[in-house]
Design a protein around this ligand. Sequence first.
Ligand code: GUN
Length: 288
Amino acid sequence: MIILDGKKTSNDIKAEIAESVKEITANGSRPPHLAAVIVGDDGASLTYVGSKVRACKRVGFESTLIKLSESISENELLEKVKELNSDENIDGYIVQLPLPKHIDSQKILMAVDADKDVDGFHPTNFGKMALSLPTFISATPFGIIELLKRYNVDSSGKHTVVIGRSDIVGRPVSILMSQKSSPGNSTVTLAHSRTKNIEELTKQADIIISALGVPNFLKAEMVKEGAVIVDVGITRVADNSQKGYKIVGDVDYENVSPKCSYITPVPGGVGPMTIAMLLKNTLLAYKG
Ligand code: GUN
């Protein structure tokens, strides 16, 4: 069993990006600049955005964190988005999700300039991704593909079962895994909350990508010998630690991992990859 080490791989990618930044700034040009907008004070979102901003510093990017009140109106947030669209010093930005219930997230994401949409959430970028055109691929699916690529995991002709159909993970990764590319060329089944007998599907899978958010959902008896397991789950579960919680994946790692050819740990698997790929997209946005 080989661990798909997202921490190490993301550090490799960040080192490559830092090298590019050095070359850029050695020429006297300004470094790439990522901005992150966060609305409200949800603990998990603040942690994720904090990690993104810290990662920018590590690779030599400029970063701006824009914290807005939970009570901001949709129009005020749209104004902020317009401001960022026209700010020439900002190459790319993200609006951290979820947004408060009184704000229509789709409306906000549609207002982001597609050329600055380093999250790849704008319909233009999602559409380009689906057509295999060059674009910003959302950080989590992009991170999964890059991790499989760097470990030379063979997905061609394999049966990939994706669990979860979210717009930002399940659906895009199902499209990428079926594309004529490497990684890709998989026969993909997209399972979700209405899927019947999910176990029948997972037992046939050569590759399982689980993005469900249910701790320890995938049990050893649901997985065939030699399967590749990618665990995208990051659920906070209360414990007695100083933080008061631990991060738990969708996979019963202890019992599933001995059966696998490759598996991502949680934490230290897909999570760190998403940040590295966001930086990669920001570098792409900078280069235009
Ligand atoms: N919330 C959970 N994941 C993401 C992400 O990749 N980008 C943004 N903007 N919000 C998120």
